[in-house]
Structures are given as C-alpha cells and as structure tokens.
Design a protein around this ligand. Structure first.
Ligand code: ADP
Ligand code: ASP
Ligand code: MG
Length: 424
C-alpha cells in the first residue's frame, strides 16, 4: 500500500531558534518513522521577515520591489536549510528546496504574488528517493519567458498558502498547519482570555475571519483550500493537543449564528473635509488610490451642507503614508478644505454564516458596544459579518463585551457531533 503523504507547515515562532528547529525536526522524524511521506513547508525564523524589512528601510525609503522580494525570500531559505540539517543530524534523509525548485510559479506581482501553478515533479522525485522534502514557504518564481523568471513573495503569512497549494497539487492525504496556538478560537486567544477553541470551522467562516484580521491563516490559503477541497488541520507545534479542522461545514445552519470575532489594527481612517458635493468626486479620489494598489475599505459620506460634504474611508495603516502622498495634490485640486488622518483606530467584526438572515444581530452588536462605552466611528456589513470601526484603545474592551454578549465562551452543542464526524 502507498505511504500516506502529509504536508506540514511550521510558522515562524515554531522555528524561532536552534532549539525549536531541533524540536520541529524531532516531530517530523517521528511522523516519518510512523510511515508517512512528508513535505514540510517552513516560514522564516521568528521575526526574520520584519527584521529584513527594517533593514531594507534603513537603506532606502523606497526599496525596489524586485530586490525586496529577493531579500525577503532568504528568510525562508535559512529556516528550510536549518530544518533539513537538523533532520540529517537525527539520521533522517532530507533535502531543502526553494519555492521555485519546488515548482511553484506565480503571477509575478512582487510582494503579493498569487500562485499561478504548481508543478511538483522535483518534490515527487525527492520523495521517491526517500527524502523528507523541506520547502521554503512564502515564495515562488514568476512564470515569464525563460531567462526572466523572478523570485516573488506571496504576501505576509504566505507560507500557509504554500502549504495548501502543495497539498492540493500533490493530492496529499493530510495538510497540517502547526502554529503557536492550539487551533482556531472564537477570538484571538492572545487578546480575549475567554476565547474558546473550535473543533471545526467551515471554509466560509474561516475565510471571513481571515479577511477581517485573524492572522492565524492567510486569506489566500483558505480560498485555495476551499476551491480544492483541502481539509486543513491547525495544530500547536509546542504541545500534543487536538487542533481545529477547517473544512466544509454542513452543520453551519444549526449553530450559534455568531461563530467568532476578528479584529484588525492594520487600519487607518482618512477624511477629506468639506469636499465639493458634485458627481465624479469619489472617482477622482479613489481611482488614483486603486492605481497605486491601495485598498479602500469602509466608506462613509456625510450629508452635504452648502454644496460641500465630508468623505471618510479606511486604508491599511501600513499604506497610510503612501495614500496621503497620492491624495494630497488631489485634495488641493478639488478645493476641499483639508485631509485629516487617524491611525489610532481598529476594526472589530462579528462573523457567522447565519448572520445574513438574522436582522437582530447588528442592533445587538451596536447595543453591546454602547453599553461598554465604546463609540462606533464607521460600520460596514456583508452577508456573513458586521464590522465596526472604533478607537484602537478600546479594542480589548469591545472584544470582551462582544464575546460575552454573543455567548462565545459557551460550548456549541453541535460541535460535539461535528468532532465525532471529523474523527470518523
Ligand atoms: P505562524 O507564525 O505560525 O504563521 P501567526 O502569528 O501567523 O503564526 O498566527 C498565529 C496567531 O494568530 C496566534 O498567535 C494568534 O495570536 C493569532 N490569532 C488571531 N485570531 C485568531 C483566532 N481566531 N484563533 C487562533 N489564533 C488567532
Ligand atoms: N515569513 C513570512 C511572514 O512573516 C511568511 C509567513 O510567515 O508565512 O509574513
Ligand atoms: Mg502566519
């Protein structure tokens, strides 16, 4: 019988230093001794990616996108080679590969490339030779004419996506994401102490949590898993404990309508004050932002007075300086009074697949925040979430209040049945 093929991914904190790398290697070697073929995706050690970014910024205000991706990709090269060496010292055969060597091609967008194709011939060959294959996460090679291929990175948190893409391409039997928490919780367990671990979560709800800031899984990884029907297990790399399974959730309709909370600090509010209230103004402001690749999210236009109105919207906080640079001349040209910004805001969301036909939930969210003394600055909704922008200083108060109000710490009776099914 064929040996089962398992794709495992270890995040940055799981390989943060030599001791942890040796521990990860022991875990991998144990799994192999149990009879599995293994493809292991690793992230850069600890905060390496942040440190490399800071180094580039110390050299220049505007690092060249190509060179930056070449630099960032080295973080994952380091950890892949070190994990491979640690396996060698345990007597286990292993080989490290870059994303390009592993057959991952991308659409070529620096810093936020999407995986276009995976051609895992080399991985299969190495498995056939008896090797454990260690793949550098977060990167691939652009699919352009020979001689012009470039190293591109997949956006922050992109090693999750490497793992899911490889699991899909290799038709792996399991895809396991090892991280520094036991699985997916009803809220970030580092911020909400009463957060409860979920045994199972559906793709749709996980995708929305990821979109709204739950960094435990990269958005693109969840999308790829959903499209390719890859069942993901999220597990702790530090303890042997049951994790969370991400998969199609047929019981979603029977559950608590709010499945979890997400929050996002990477947000800033921009207001164009007293801009002339006439057709075409929004386009004049938002077209150049889109051209610069800056995502505009929540948008509120106030009722106009005397031919002028205020227009507020959010951009990612890391893009605020760039957004200001793009907008300053336009605001002057439009004859608006001024452009103000606020980087001390945050978004808090309630997420649940059942929210679209549950009208009372928005009111309950707003009421809960009001009772907790938290002012709502902007609101946006989708089929499966309600999001409020608030002051960042009030984030923890808001999350605690919402977690209590929607009874998220209370076990969901449907989960017991679902766990039984997942195991069986
Ligand atoms: P890794 O380095 O393993 O990729 P990340 O830091 O990217 O790990 O993601 C894990 C972190 O995600 C956790 O430490 C936790 O603080 C955060 N997180 C946010 N929301 C959630 C959630 N709903 N469930 C679990 N973890 C969450
Ligand atoms: N090292 C990259 C990052 O910090 C990718 C990852 O960790 O998944 O974003
Ligand atoms: Mg991550």
């Amino acid at each position: 019988m064929d040996r089962p093929l398992v794709v495992q991914k270890f995040g940055g904190s799981s390989v943060a230093d030599a001791d942890r790398i040796r521990r990860v290697a022991r875990r991998i070697a144990r799994e192999r001794a149990a009879g599995c073929d293994l493809v292991v995706v690793v992230s850069a050690m600890g905060d390496t990616t942040d440190e490399l970014l800071a180094l580039a910024e110390a050299i220049t205000d505007e690092p060249d996108a190509r060179e930056l991706d070449m630099l960032l990709a080295t973080g994952e090269h380091q950890s892949a080679t070190l994990v491979s060496m640690a396996l060698h010292s345990l007597g286990a055969p292993a080989i490290s590969l870059t994303g390009a060597q592993a057959g991952i091609t991308t659409d070529g967008r620096y810093g936020r490339a999407r995986i276009a194709n995976v051609e895992p011939a080399r991985i299969r060959e190495e498995l056939h030779r008896g090797n454990i294959v260690i793949v550098a996460g977060f990167q691939g090679q652009s699919a352009v004419a020979a001689g012009q291929a470039e190293i591109t990175t997949l956006g922050r948190g992109g090693s999750d996506t490497t793992a899911v893409a490889l699991a899909a391409a290799l038709r792996a039997d399991r895809c396991q994401i090892f991280t520094d928490v036991r699985g997916i919780y009803t809220a970030d367990p580092r911020v909400v102490t009463t957060a409860r671990q979920l045994p199972v979560i559906g793709y749709e709800e996980m995708l929305e949590l990821a979109h709204q800031g739950a960094q435990v899984m990269q958005v693109r990884a969840v999308e790829l898993a959903w499209v390719n029907d890859v069942v993901i297990e999220v597990l702790s790399s530090f303890e042997d404990a049951p994790g969370t399974v991400i998969r199609e959730d047929p019981l979603v309709e029977q559950r608590n309508k709010v499945r979890g909370l997400a929050h996002d600090r990477n947000v800033a509010k921009v207001t164009v004050v007293a801009v002339p209230d006439r057709p075409g103004v929004a386009r004049t402001l938002f077209d150049p932002l889109a051209a610069a690749g800056i995502n505009v999210d929540m948008i509120v236009q106030n009722v106009g007075h005397g031919g002028a109105t205020d227009l507020s919207f959010t951009v990612p906080r890391v893009e605020l300086a760039r957004a200001k640079k793009v907008l300053d001349p336009i605001v002057r040209e439009l004859g608006a009074r001024e452009l103000t910004t606020d980087a001390s805001v945050a978004k808090v969301s309630i997420v649940g697949a059942g929210l679209h036909n549950a009208p009372g939930y928005a009111a309950r969210m707003f009421g809960t925040l009001a009772d907790a003394g938290v002012n709502i600055e902007m609101i946006s909704t989708s089929e499966v979430r309600i999001t409020c922008m608030i002051a960042e200083a009030e984030l923890s108060t808001a999350l605690d209040a919402l977690h209590g109000a929607f009874e998220l710490a209370k076990p969901d009776p449907v989960d017991a049945a679902a766990t039984g099914r997942a195991a069986g």
